[in-house]
Design a protein around this ligand. Structure first.
Ligand code: AMP
Ligand code: MN
Ligand code: MN
Length: 328
């Protein structure tokens, strides 16, 4: 397995080439889009040509980020004249999506920067730091170490990337470095109140309707240690939901006293099921449990895309979770 490239070695790639196609995972979250904008706009400010593409485009909840209109759907033809492909916050290469992989297929060099411990290092150059709470924090360290420009839009994107992946600087992955980074971003002019309000206090009404629907499906199992709820296609369609509407809602059931594992099951088009898993107990490794079904992620936050139907996926995953409970 290739070793982690140093920031200096990554800097050599930035110096040698001048065109970059920057990607992140399907169903992008704040860390995915924030990381793309942070690095993309910094490389552009340094005089490079940059395209930022995502298979699912820009979710509405992140449109407030300055520069976010630069996030595009992948072009249908491969990008001929972009030398370096950069995958950010993406645990496996297929999670970039087929259209993005096709668009980047002519790149000469693949750079893979991520914080998922399950990342198999699929780049030519890899920097995987599973001790980092967010890919955005790795990029902050990279950009400042290399003395790259840090435009205001990159600054804001880094803040939102790290804030959303740490549950607002709460999860145990948050370190002193994380708070020092946030302090530095504020010193550089970040409007912390506005940024938090745009991230957390501006949800569409249908997200609350989704919460009500999810609560109606809430169940506890494993002696009260496992909480799960589910979203069917019928509910999605009747409420007119968008993929990003459920982002972060799992924290509500994760927060139940006595619960150590929270699960969200979601029906997707094409008969697939998306599973979100959160653990509050370091003895239960969510990435390992999800790995049993082809998924992955972090020790305390992981996910799966698996075959349905919903009832079957639920039964299998709940059985694996209950088997992983201490004392099971
Ligand atoms: P989510 O529940 O979608 O917020 O995902 C939790 C964490 O697990 C994120 O860091 C995801 O990138 C990661 N993750 C989700 N689904 C998968 C998957 N199928 N394979 C690998 N990592 C995943
Ligand atoms: Mn992500
Ligand atoms: Mn992340």
């Amino acid at each position: 397995m290739p070793e982690n490239a140093s920031y200096q070695q990554i800097g050599e790639i930035f110096a040698r080439y001048d065109s970059f196609v920057i990607m992140s995972h399907v169903r992008p979250d704040g860390d995915a889009i924030g990381s793309q904008l942070a690095l993309g706009l910094a490389l552009e400010a340094a005089g490079n040509r940059v395209r930022m593409i995502n298979d699912d485009g820009l979710p509405d909840n992140l449109r407030f980020l300055p520069g976010s209109d630069r996030i595009e759907l992948p072009p249908t033809e491969p990008l001929e004249d972009y030398e370096v492909a950069i995958a950010l916050d993406t645990a496996t290469k297929p999670r970039l999506g087929e259209a993005s992989l096709n668009a980047a297929s002519k790149a000469k060099v693949w750079l893979n920067i991520d914080h998922h411990k399950s990342n198999p290092r699929y780049g030519d150059v890899n920097h995987i730091d599973s001790s980092s709470p967010a890919t955005g924090e790795i990029l902050y360290k990279l950009i400042t170490a290399l003395n790259l420009p840090l435009p205001d839009a990159s600054r804001d994107a880094i803040y939102v990337a790290v804030s959303t992946d740490t549950g607002s600087f709460q999860y145990p992955s948050t370190t002193a470095d994380t708070y020092l980074m946030a302090a530095d971003l504020i010193k550089r002019g970040l409007d912390v109140g506005k940024m938090n309000s745009q991230t957390y206090d501006s949800h569409p009404y249908r997200r609350v309707e989704l919460t009500r629907a999810l609560l109606n499906t809430l169940e506890l199992t494993g002696g009260g240690r496992v909480a799960h709820w589910e979203l069917t296609l019928a509910t999605r369609d009747s409420l007119g939901l968008k993929p990003e509407d459920s982002e972060g809602l799992i924290d509500m059931i994760r927060a139940i006293e006595g619960v150590t594992v929270a699960l969200f099951f979601e029906e997707l088009d094409g008969g697939k099921i998306r599973v979100s898993m959160r653990s509050k107990d370091p003895r239960i490794d969510a990435s390992d449990v999800c790995g049993q079904f082809g998924g992955g992620g972090h020790a305390l936050a992981a996910g799966i895309r698996m075959a349905g139907p919903l009832a079957e996926a639920k039964q299998q995953v709940l059985a694996a979770v209950c088997a992983a409970l201490p004392g099971a």
